[in-house]
Design a protein around this ligand. Structure first.
Ligand code: CAA
Length: 387
């Protein structure tokens, strides 16, 4: 593994860092407080090519590697995690899923619009009773000959109210278990699609999270992704990559909190010197930096394995498990270093602390990551490459 970033990766980091600090930071506190969807900011992200970074230029994407994408997400996440999750779902789940498993017609019709950010996509798997246990889908897609009839409710859908395309996972044949599940491409202006109330959340508050109801929605047969019964594996394969994106988000949150805490501790004086010169604070910064560096190695390595075409399932789950725990732990420390100032919105660290929590929940809770990791280990899969 080469630890140096190439010129393209460095340029992406610079562009994302500049965009996050110059465009996202000024309004992030207001958007978070009032749950304002970042319409203009997402438009600018699309103009920068951030909405379809890994998609081939043939379909309007940036043709970049996963590591470049991860670096961009990391930089945005230091500042605005609502923007980074909007980007993450569109790139890692929707665009990736369509590019790798969709038909040529589906790519021409949907991916070309999604990769440029003209349209936004949502990934609709979670249900009121099927969160971690993703095979227990209650949403049904009944085969009616020339179309599927889709009925059911999906919960906590990121980009739910602002997307034009949903990838909806549904049960076609309950007797077949996970082999009876399909994933269908649904356009949100079709009859029977209802966008429910927007969630009022602890963190990532300006991202758009909704319940979605599908009531007798007619989905053409050509909108199935892959073969009949491939829907669960499609979701698992797509989420495996998505988890690296959420790990990058967690890494960015931890990095953002560390940068704020370091800058504050150099300015703030107590007992006659900057608090950074008190061992109590200096040791906290040392612990933060060490954990963040370790998380970065894991997240970048998972992306590198993916770019190399090697198995990244366990590496991605480990990266998400570790980076999200680092984000949670060290955003709490960053608030502590800021003292009373850390508890008010103006100093940004309390928002990062609230945003950190979701990285331990979505795209598989920490417990789900442990299932993925331990099952792999028990099957005898090596988790460390020795060659
Ligand atoms: N790649 C390919 N195939 C996979 C796979 C992977 N990563 N993971 C599992 N499979 C296959 C298995 O090999 C198995 O196939 P066979 O029967 O042919 O051998 C099949 O899928 C079923 O696998 P399991 O028996 O392991 O399935 P399970 O029911 O025990 O579930 C689980 C395992 C890991 C807990 C899974 O249910 C899971 O990941 N749950 C969490 C779901 C999740 O992440 N939800 C997040 C919603 S999306 C979101 O959050 C987006 C957003 O808005 C931000």
């Amino acid at each position: 593994m080469n630890f140096s970033l190439n010129e393209e990766q460095l340029a992406v980091r610079e562009a994302a860092r500049d965009f996050a600090q110059r465009v996202l930071k000024p309004g992030v506190i207001d958007r978070d407080r009032d749950m304002i969807y970042p319409t203009d900011e997402v438009k600018q992200m699309a103009e920068l090519g951030f909405m379809g970074m890994m998609v081939s230029p043939e379909y309007g994407g940036g043709g970049m590697d996963s590591l470049s994408y991860i670096i961009a997400l990391e930089e945005l996440s230091k500042v605005d995690n609502s923007c980074s999750v909007i980007m993450s779902v569109n790139n890692s789940l929707v665009c990736y899923g369509l590019e790798h498993y969709g038909t040529e017609d589906q790519k021409q019709k949907y991916l070309t619009k999604l990769a440029t950010g003209e349209w936004i996509g949502a990934f609709c798997l979670s249900e009121p009773e099927a969160g971690s246990d993703a095979t227990s889908q209650r949403t049904t897609a009944i085969d009616m000959g020339d179309h599927y009839l889709l009925n059911g409710t999906k919960n906590w859908i990121t980009n739910g109210g602002t997307s034009q395309v949903h990838l909806v996972v549904a049960q076609t044949d309950v007797d077949k278990g996970h082999r009876g599940i399909n994933c269908l491409i649904v356009e949100t202006d079709w009859e029977g699609v209802t966008i429910g109330a927007k969630e009022d959340k602890l963190g990532i508050r300006s991202s758009d999270t909704h319940t979605i109801m599908y009531n007798d929605v007619k989905v053409p047969k050509e909108n199935i992704i892959g073969e009949d019964g491939f829907g669960f594996k499609f979701a698992m394969k797509t989420l495996a990559g998505g988890r690296i994106g959420i790990a990058a988000q967690a890494l960015g949150i931890a990095g953002g909190a560390y940068e704020l805490a370091t800058a504050y501790s150099k300015e703030r004086e107590a007992f006659g010197k900057p608090i950074s010169q008190h061992q109590a604070i200096a040791f906290k910064l040392a612990d933060m930096a060490t954990d963040i560096e370790a998380a970065k190695m894991m997240v970048y390595r998972a992306a590198w394995l993916k770019d190399e075409g090697r198995d990244f399932n366990q590496a991605g789950a480990m990266a998400k498990l570790f980076a999200s725990s680092v984000a949670m732990k060290h955003t709490v420390e960053a608030v502590q270093i800021h003292g009373g100032y850390g508890f008010v919105k103006e100093y940004h660290v309390e928002r990062l602390m609230r945003d950190a929590k979701i990285t331990q929940i979505y795209e598989g809770t920490s417990e789900v990551q442990k299932i993925v990791i331990s099952r792999g280990l028990l099957k005898g899969e090596l988790y460390v490459e020795t060659e």
